[in-house]
Structure formats: structure tokens, C-alpha cells
Design a protein around this ligand. Structure first.
Ligand SMILES: [Fe+2]
Length: 127
């Protein structure tokens, strides 16, 4: 379903970033980061729309998580570009905070509610 597909796309961009970093291609890693940010913004927007439509109880907290993750990612992105922060710190943040803590753990909290809503309403766009 669409949210799962979007998550897989985000994982692909993270993997491409890590591969570029491993190969010593910092500029390419940042290009993948910019694609990752673009897809993440689209994904968060879509996810929030689905959670809003389904009446998800913890919507506000989830939206705060999204906003905080995007703000921290963009701050890291600027600091890496200025040479203030090493790229590996940004990658570590993306893997641990965005992928593991949010996309894998936090997002899992709404899967059951959203699945029940899509099943009850016949909505096909959810998880
Ligand atoms: Fe989310």
C-alpha cells in the first residue's frame, strides 16, 4: 500500500546516501539527502492527511514528531554544507532517529488504527 511504498522509497534514499558516503562521494551523498528530504516532506504530508481523515487520536503528537525531524534534518544539512558538522553525524541521525525511531517504531503505532479505518471505509490509499 502507498505508505509502505513511500517508506521503502525513503529507505532506498537512505541506503543510496550510505553507499555514496562509503565510496567517499560526499557531494553525491548530499544529493541523495536532498531527494530524501523532498520525499520525506511528501510522505509526512500524505501520512498526516491519512491520519487526519481516519481521526487518529495521537495526530498532534505525530505531527510534532514530523516537524521536529524535518527541522533537525535541515539544520544538519546546513551545518554539513557549511563544514560545521561532519556528514557521518547527519547519516547517524537519519538512520537512528528518522528510520529506526520514527519510520519503523513510531509509525507502527498507527498501523492498526489506520488498517481498521481503511477496511471499514473501503479507503485504499492507507497502509
Ligand atoms: Fe510518521
Amino acid at each position: 500500500m502507498l505508505i509502505d511504498e513511500q517508506h521503502r522509497t525513503l529507505f532506498t534514499h537512505v541506503n543510496q546516501m550510505l553507499a555514496a558516503f562509503d565510496a567517499g562521494e560526499a557531494a553525491q551523498a548530499l544529493e541523495h539527502l536532498d531527494e530524501l528530504v523532498m520525499h520525506t516532506i511528501e510522505h509526512f504530508r500524505y501520512e498526516e492527511e491519512m491520519l487526519t481523515r481516519s481521526g487518529y487520536a495521537d495526530l498532534r503528537e505525530h505531527q510534532r514528531d514530523h516537524m521536529m525531524l524535518l527541522e533537525r534534518t535541515l539544520t544538519f544539512r546546513n551545518d554539513v554544507a557549511k563544514g560545521v558538522t561532519p556528514l557521518w553525524e547527519l547519516l547517524q541521525f537519519l538512520v537512528s532517529e528518522v528510520v529506526v525511531k520514527h519510520l519503523i517504531e513510531t509509525d507502527r503505532q498507527y498501523f492498526g488504527d489506520l488498517a481498521r479505518w481503511t477496511s471499514a471505509t473501503g479507503t485504499v490509499a492507507g497502509r
